[in-house]
Write a protein of this length. Structure first.
Length: 594
């Protein structure tokens, strides 16, 4: 059992609240081995991607309502919201508000789950700091306007052409190039002259066309336009500092068609900076004019002059901020929102009772009934073998110590009187110790034979034939002592030889059932095969778990038994030799007297 427990993940040292049965460690690593972030970003909405490769969706509510996130101190709850949750497909996208993300360090947060009584704790508006003025996930139903997840409620005025499933993060908006998304006229979206702003979005252009707009904001002659010119990202400002001509960022390498690219623009009151793929792409010294008019996504605002085209492609994770976000934060957005990176690592699932719930839990849940029968038999064999080893080790240890005590006492008295120890009071302390000795029992058998050979005058008569008879009696006692030493040792040999074969039987049957189930379902993939095979192999592991300790114990006990047996054989020879010597001396004295 100790070996099986060693297969389980580490035991939790603390628990946030007892109502939650499970938790999962999530490590955010900004060291060179992880995300390699050299500057602190402060507060960050971090994307947590759960799938069947890093999380088992057992124990969760059907809609994931009982999920909670807690800081490394296991006391502070973190704000979060669920963008997508599908236990059937084994996919979940969750945004967690990380209060501080230090540079070059690793920190843990905990994801708790498994509380059927818990209400839904997801709250999007608390996940983003107050400087985010608009956040669209585009995860709503088809034909509905995108909803703003911030506290400002800047929902779009119309719906995109359609919603697609293959966004960079969950679903995405598909724009047709003719109808942009119109943003509401909201004070929270206004930009003052010389003010700050951040625009960011993932874009996937269907074709690279001239002057395609991703974002437009106009206020009379003033405007901020962000787009792609034949695939080249640009940001253009009209009315900056009273200038009569538009100012546009320098051209660079174009983005690829039909591929996701992150585009961001920041204005900090001194410079306007364009980022592509999380890296600075272009920068110009310009301040924003006042912008309080209409805004649009994927095209120009209604009534604007011609010269720009609408965006034909997919758009995902659109964000507007009223501050200039630092370059490190933009880089982290790209790192965490794109494909899985080394920034976030997922640990094993833990159960409140203290036993692991990760990979070992998957194996246990996949074990079939027949395999459980085999494993149960093997565990019984393991228990029996442990009891036998403990009892036999205790017995042979006591016998060995008692034999040593007897040998010392025998050497002390044998020179004076060969049968002197036979008169020891067995209720005394010495007698109790002698009774545990197999040598003493041999000695008592020999002395008993000597005492039985008394003639009519009360003298002990020992002939050569009597000595051989005494040896035969002691040898018979020695055989019985050996039988006591070997008693139950056969159970260890059964565990050694039978355990692995029983385990192999369980594995073979489990593999057969797994492949039969796959054949019946017609689903041939590693996710369908792996759990069944892993569960089947558990029977073999259990068989080895039975056999290996039994093998070590058997060999140890065998050597100890052989040593005790050798000592008994030596004692029989010594006793008989001393008896023959004493008989010879007595005979010589008798002849001399005659």
């Amino acid at each position: 059992m100790t070996v099986l427990m060693g297969c389980l993940p580490g035991v939790a040292n603390a628990w946030w609240q007892n109502d939650w049965s499970y938790r999962k460690a999530i490590t955010i690593d900004t060291t060179p081995k992880g995300g390699n972030i050299t500057e602190s970003t402060g507060r960050l909405p971090l994307l947590i991607r759960l799938h069947s490769g890093n999380f088992q969706f057992d124990g969760l509510e059907d809609n994931g309502a009982d999920i909670r996130f807690v800081a490394a101190d296991d006391k502070t709850p973190l704000n979060y919201h669920v963008e997508q949750y599908d236990a059937v497909l084994g996919v979940a996208l969750i945004w967690v508000d990380v209060p501080q993300l230090p540079a070059g360090a690793a920190q843990n947060i905990w994801m708790y789950y498994g509380n059927r009584k818990a209400p839904d704790g997801s709250k999007a508006s608390d996940t983003f700091d107050p400087d985010y003025t608009l956040v669209y996930h585009f995860n709503g139903a088809a034909g509905t306007p995108p909803k703003d997840l911030t506290a400002y409620g800047n929902n779009a005025q119309n719906a995109p052409a359609r919603t697609v499933e293959d966004g960079i993060v969950g679903k995405a908006a598909q724009l047709d190039g003719t109808t942009p998304l119109n943003l509401p006229a909201s004070p929270s979206l206004n930009v003052s002259a010389g003010g700050s702003l951040t625009f960011s979005a993932w874009v996937k252009p269907g074709a690279l066309t001239p002057n395609t707009l991703l974002y437009s904001r106009r206020d009379g002659a003033n405007a901020l336009l962000i787009g792609l010119d034949n695939g080249v990202p640009f940001a253009e400002v009209d009315g900056a500092g009273g200038a009569s001509a538009p100012v546009r960022t320098a051209a660079g390498q174009p983005v690829a068609a039909n591929q996701w690219t992150h585009v961001a623009v920041t204005a900090d009151g001194k410079n306007l900076t364009l980022y592509v793929g999380g890296k600075q792409y272009a920068q110009m010294a310009v301040t924003l004019p006042a912008l309080t008019g209409a805004a649009a996504i994927g095209g120009d605002v209604a009534g604007a002059s011609a010269g720009f085209m609408g965006f034909n492609g997919a758009l995902d994770e659109l964000r507007l901020s009223r501050v200039a976000r630092p370059a490190t934060l933009i880089a982290l957005d790209v790192l965490s929102q794109g494909a899985e990176s080394k920034l976030v690592a997922y640990g094993a699932d833990e159960k409140q009772s203290g036993f692991g719930f990760g990979y070992f839990g998957v194996i246990v849940k996949s074990v079939t009934v027949d395999a459980w029968v085999v494993i149960g038999i093997l565990l019984v064999m393991a228990f029996v073998s442990w009891v036998v080893m403990w009892n036999k080790a205790t017995y042979v240890g006591n016998v060995d110590k008692a034999n040593g005590f007897f040998v010392r006492r025998f050497r002390e008295v044998a020179g004076r009187h060969l049968v002197g120890l036979a008169h020891t009071d067995e209720k005394s302390e010495e007698g109790k110790r002698l009774r545990q000795s197999s040598l003493y029992r041999l000695y008592r058998a020999g002395v008993s034979e000597i005492h039985s050979r008394v003639d009519g005058n009360g003298r002990t008569v020992i002939s050569a034939e009597s000595i051989e008879a005494i040896r035969a009696t002691m040898d018979a006692t020695l055989v019985r002592e050996n039988q006591r030493l070997s008693k139950s040792m056969v159970l260890l040999t059964i565990a050694i030889s039978g355990g692995p074969f029983l385990g192999l039987l369980g594995t073979v049957v489990g593999v057969m059932i797994t492949f039969a189930a796959i054949a019946a379902a017609g689903d041939v993939n590693v996710n369908a095969i792996a759990p069944g095979i892993a569960a089947a192999l558990l029977a073999t592991v259990t068989g080895l778990f039975v056999a290996i300790p039994a093998l070590f114990g058997y060999n140890y006990l065998l050597i100890r038994n052989k040593n005790v047996t050798a000592n008994m054989q030596v004692f029989v020879d010594e006793f008989v030799t001393r008896l023959a010597e004493a008989h010879s001396n007595n005979a010589d004295h008798a002849l001399a007297a005659e």
